[in-house]
Design a protein around this ligand. Structure first.
Ligand code: ADP
Length: 486
């Protein structure tokens, strides 16, 4: 099949979280399985064009696109290196000249304009390349206009060369809600924006809702989260009914993990490599991580790692109240993340109070993330909700049992240590005392070296291969095409 992925992130060079990892790994796996896959994303100003081998595509002429009532010049570029079988198209425009992948709330109108431009450019590609596509695969709310424009063109203008559309929801909480008048920024008629069967939701313009309505098939990234989004009003963030309304056209496909990038046997970021059979290197990674961050955590005390966006979703506020007490008990903590200032400040303060037990690195650092997955004894992921979560999958592969809340993809991937097949520690409610109890259970099990090593080994043996997830997407694509009668 010919598949055009439309995304605002792609790992490793334009990544904020799991979305970037998924787009890269899924695209590569589909290409490996013989599909013709291309990705189209904005050419962000911060990308190092020389280092990445980004060049204008001479065969594609400069074009203009109309958004927010203005004409913008665009130019398609391509990535010369590192794409492994997947062609990457980058859209150059004045709207992306700034640094950020996501703009903060005040720039809502610019976000919408960027979205409009990116997706209009994406829809031009099949015709420009003389490459009719079977599937337009949009990722998250920021690319939904691709699905809506296609509907509109279908009804009115000619929109040749597209078989069916698919929307993957990586996080239902991010819906891109705008004032209904902002439809003008998208160059959509007001009637379309206020049409209740499409973008309108609660009197506003809601991109994600429009995408759920417009796509031929919709999925999210784990079976449990798919169920929760329909059954649990809080997790459904207002859209439970809309999702339920799609019936069988909405499903959960568990993400895979890219074990080519995340593998302790051949990870170049580590002080030492190790495997399920030869684990010695893990202790060397732990020692090196402590050295690197100036920590002094006794080998028999748990060193807890956390890598992730520091936002309420991730349950950071369950961790911070425990830091003083556990640091006093000899636990160590390494937190790598960026996000809300209140969380970053609380973590930095704790690191100031316990410099040899708590390290807080408020930055984005891919290599350090690898060293934390490898060097920690436990990985903390007490999320309030979690569409899939990749970090816990990486932690498992690095022999670092995760401590997680039973929600979404965490429930689908981590088995509590009380089970004979256990791989980590699972707790129920989003409360610090429940997290504490799980950490105490982990602490107790760590003292039993044999049981601990068995737990680590079971986790390292878990494999969520992208081939399984990609087969799920092939099936989803087939059902989307069937829905259109293609
Ligand atoms: P989400 O998509 O909700 O952010 P996931 O667990 O699916 O959560 O994916 C998070 C990805 O982002 C992982 O690859 C994780 O290692 C990475 N990550 C998050 N924050 C940072 C950071 N500050 N530095 C390096 N990598 C990070």
């Amino acid at each position: 099949m010919r598949v055009l992925m439309v995304s605002v992130e792609i790992a490793p060079f334009a990544k904020v979280g799991g979305l970037g990892d998924v787009v890269t790994a899924l695209s590569r796996e589909l290409a490996r399985r013989g599909h013709d896959v291309r990705v189209v994303l904005p050419l962000y100003g911060h990308l190092d064009r020389k280092a990445l081998g980004i060049r204008p595509v001479k065969s594609l002429p400069p074009l203009s696109v109309r958004v927010e009532g203005r004409v913008h010049d665009i130019r398609f570029h391509a990535l010369a290196r590192g794409a492994r079988g997947v062609k990457i198209h980058l859209v150059e425009s004045d709207l992306f000249a700034g640094e950020d992948i996501y703009l903060d709330g005040e720039d809502a109108s610019k976000t919408l304009a960027r979205t409009a431009l990116h997706t209009q450019a994406a829809l031009m590609l099949p015709r420009l390349l003389d490459w009719p596509v079977d599937i337009i695969h949009a990722h998250d709310a920021t690319t939904v206009p691709a699905l809506v424009y296609r509907r509109q063109w279908w009804a009115g203008r000619e929109m040749p060369g597209i078989g069916a559309t698919v929307l993957t929801i990586h996080n239902l909480a991010h819906q891109e809600v705008h004032a209904s008048g902002d439809a003008a920024v998208l160059e959509l008629p007001a009637s379309l924006a206020s049409y209740p069967g499409l973008l309108e939701f609660g009197g506003k313009l809601n991109l994600l809702k429009g995408g759920i309505a417009a796509a031929d098939a919709v999925n999210t990234v784990s079976p449990t989260y798919a169920r929760e989004t329909v059954e649990d009003a809080e997790i459904g963030c207002g859209l439970s009914g809309v999702l339920a309304g799609r019936g069988e056209a909405y499903r959960g496909i568990l993400n895979g993990a890219d074990y080519g990038t995340w593998d302790p046997r051949r990870d170049r970021c580590l002080a030492a490599t190790y495997s399920v059979r030869k684990m010695a290197g893990k202790a060397a990674c732990r020692a090196a991580l402590c050295d690197e961050l100036g920590l002094d955590v006794a080998p028999n005390r748990p060193l807890c790692g956390l890598v992730g966006r520091l936002v309420e979703q991730k349950g950071v506020d369950l961790v911070t109240p425990l830091l003083d007490r556990l640091a006093g008990d000899g636990f160590g903590f390494v937190v790598l993340g960026t996000g809300e200032e209140r969380f970053m400040a609380a973590l930095r303060d704790a690191a100031g109070r316990h410099p040899d037990k708590v390290a807080a690195i408020t930055a984005f650092d891919e290599d350090l993330a690898h060293r934390i997955y490898a060097g920690s004894d436990l990985f903390l992921m007490p999320s309030r909700f979690e569409p899939c979560g990749l970090s816990q999958m990486y932690a498992l592969r690095y022999g670092t049992p995760p401590v997680v809340r039973r929600t979404g993809g965490l429930a689908d991937t981590v088995i509590d240590a009380t089970d004979a097949a256990g791989t980590g520690f699972v707790f129920e409610s989003a409360r610090p005392d429940e997290l504490l109890a799980a950490l105490r259970r982990a602490e107790a099990l760590m003292a039993d070296t044999k049981a601990w090593t068995a737990l680590q080994r079971r986790g390292m043996g878990c494999a969520w291969d992208w081939s399984v997830a990609a087969a799920g997407y092939e099936d989803l694509y087939a059902s989307a095409l069937a829905a259109t009668g293609s």
